[in-house]
Design a protein around this ligand. Structure first.
Ligand SMILES: C=C(O[C@H]1C=CC=C(C(=O)O)[C@@H]1O)C(=O)O
Length: 411
């Protein structure tokens, strides 16, 4: 919905002094009134944006979001696997606050009834305590090194037995929160540390609070009418002092990434799309890690099914072979049987749809993320397995990936 249809509530002059203080004030208000919220900082953007949904009920959705300019505006927050425990959510863009326009809060027509209380709230001082929403699901099983390496061995055996070509195993890890841990400060720290990542903080009653810095675009429709997705896979540490372009990749990683690229091409084929532009694979840095990445662009001005292409691709892509495996159904069945924990929103996807302008969408894979509980964080990471995977190395790789978001835990 264009911003012109929103009601602009000017910030009272005497209240919170600057954009970040106002952001904190709005987040506090959303948490106190039990409303879902999403805060994100797009890659390469200077400032974050906040969206608050009018109610939890308004966020439940069935299908993945439609990526077209007539679809509702909001923030998608989808689990790896849709279930009653981890519902697929789409937070309608009812209340918006963009730090690039810090002087006013925008309220959508659908949330008009919030205006009186919100106006009163803007004039109040900010309470010190933020009551973040916590998930109601139990803490997931966290695999020991022995358990994880065993899972990797089983994955390799499934590849050898030709049940799957590739599978991406993953695990969770618990870490205590440092004293005085402040998720908003952690969000700002991740934004500063990873300028090229999609940094997000999502908090939903009953579902929980998730913080992350994702390097992976799942599906994007840009202002100049391009559809963009990427095949991101293969991991090695960035050696301090060296340049990403100098990295040398083993056959294992080259094949692992090529499978993801091939999967994307097969999705285009299913949609009978031949006009796409492919760049790469090239080496890209994501925090302290390097990955191989191929970018795919489709000029939506030049394809017959432009209006539905983004929506159709999103439905085919999730979960991609960078987080599930190949063939998709067999890889997901392997994970269901052997992984031994609930990924919840890790390796799902998230991001704004039609928020900045109708027709603009940026959905990212929810990687390099953690779930916040009252006293601890649960970190998540996975590794793409191929026939050449070494269990000890794959464990190491999950450790490295967890350090991306784990950096804010100060350990
Ligand atoms: C599954 C994750 O990363 C994916 C994205 C890039 C590289 C990957 C890899 O090398 O295995 C994974 O496919 C994760 O970060 O948890």
């Amino acid at each position: 919905m264009p911003l012109s249809e929103y009601r602009q509530l000017p910030w009272p002059a005497a209240a919170s002094p600057d954009g970040p203080a106002r952001l904190r004030h709005l987040v506090t208000g959303a948490l106190r009134t039990g409303r879902p919220l999403a805060l994100w900082r797009a890659p390469d953007a200077a400032l974050p944006q906040l969206l608050v949904a009018r109610s939890l009920e308004a966020t439940y959705t069935g299908l993945p979001p439609a990526l077209d300019d007539r679809a509702p505006a909001g923030f998608a927050f989808f689990p790896f696997r849709d279930s009653d425990h981890n519902p697929a959510l789409f937070l309608p863009a009812d209340v918006r606050y963009d730090l690039a326009r810090p002087e006013a809060v925008a309220v959508a027509p659908a949330a008009r009834e919030l205006v009186p209380n919100l106006t009163a709230w803007l004039a109040l001082p900010t309470p010190a305590e933020l009551a973040w929403h916590y998930g109601t699901q139990p803490v997931p099983h966290t695999a020991s090194e022995a358990e994880y390496t065993d899972l990797v061995r089983r994955g390799v055996a499934a590849i050898e037995a030709r049940e799957v070509v590739k599978v991406v195993s993953s695990r969770a890890m618990r870490r205590p929160l440092p004293p005085g841990f402040d998720p908003l400060a952690a969000f700002a720290e991740l934004s500063a540390k990873y300028p090229r990542a999609f940094v997000s903080l999502v908090s939903v009653p009953g579902v929980g609070t998730w913080l992350g810095a994702s390097p992976e675009v799942l599906a994007e429709v840009t202002a100049d009418g391009q559809f963009h997705t990427m095949a991101l896979a293969g991991t090695q540490p960035l050696v301090p002092g060296s340049r990403p372009q100098e990295a040398i990749w083993r056959q294992k990683e080259i094949e692992e990434q090529a499978l993801v690229a091939r999967y994307i091409v097969s999705c285009f084929k299913q949609l009978r799309l031949r006009e796409y532009h492919e760049t790469g694979p090239r080496t890209v840095a994501a925090g302290q890690l390097l990955h191989l990445r191929t970018d795919f662009e489709v000029d939506l001005h030049n394809v017959p099914n432009a209006a539905s292409l983004g929506t159709d691709m999103l439905r085919l892509l999730h979960p991609t072979s960078a987080v599930g495996g190949m063939p998709k159904t067999a890889a997901l069945a392997f994970l269901q049987r052997h992984e031994g924990y609930d990924r919840a929103y890790y390796s799902g996807f998230l991001g704004p749809v039609n928020v900045e302008a109708p027709g603009l969408a940026s959905l990212f894979v929810n990687l390099r993320c953690l779930q916040l509980r009252a006293t601890e964080a649960i970190l998540y990471a996975g590794t793409g397995l191929t026939i050449d995977s070494d269990p000890a190395r794959e464990w190491q790789e999950t450790q490295m990936k967890m350090q991306t978001v784990g950096a804010v835990l100060g350990q």
